[in-house]
Design a protein around this ligand. Structure first.
Ligand code: COA
Length: 138
């Protein structure tokens, strides 16, 4: 069946939480999906889902700073991988960001996540000489 790509809706929350817990079970406690989704939906509408046969099978969160778009937390159900779902989802998110005036996309991939690197390279992303920095502020 042809997948559908659309913005995240509040009613999708439970399904996306289940998907994220399945795909990213080792995520940091401060990334607890239900709390993150609630805050994100209060912030902007830049989260997207992929639906197959009425079931949410993919999710990606994005952001936009007025120039660059950012992609975060891309996840596809393990039973639905290698069928182009993440490709369609990232392309859909890209079009939404482009419509807002986005000129460039950035993202971070954890060290040793070679599958994600290969995926993003398949879409034309390249590694850039940047240093990623972070700090907990809680
Ligand atoms: C990375 C991920 C989102 C890819 O989802 P997907 O729907 O299977 O990706 P697609 O089917 O659109 O793949 C498109 C292309 O990306 C590349 N690719 C995807 N998964 C790959 C893998 N595991 N190994 C190598 N290349 C891969 C291939 O070139 C693939 O084309 P092909 O199937 O014709 O060879 C999925 O594996 C996933 O959810 N992984 C766990 C979460 C994660 O790491 N997210 C990224 C965080 S930055």
């Amino acid at each position: 069946m042809t997948p559908e790509f659309r913005h995240l809706e509040i009613a999708d929350t439970d399904a996306v939480v289940t998907l994220l817990q399945k795909v990213l079970p080792d995520d940091q406690p401060h990334n607890e999906p239900a709390a993150v989704l609630k805050l994100k939906m209060q912030t902007d509408k830049l989260s997207f889902v992929a639906i197959v046969d009425g079931t949410i099978c993919g999710f990606v969160m994005a952001g936009f700073d007025g120039h660059r778009g950012w992609l975060y937390q891309l996840a596809v159900d393990p039973t639905r991988r290698r069928s182009g779902l993440a490709t369609g989802l990232v392309r859909y998110a890209t079009e939404c960001l482009r419509a807002l005036g986005c000129k460039k996309l950035n993202l971070q991939v954890r060290e040793r996540n070679v599958e994600a690197e290969s995926f993003y390279e398949s879409l034309g992303f390249i590694k850039e000489p940047r240093t990623s920095m972070g700090k907990l502020v809680v």
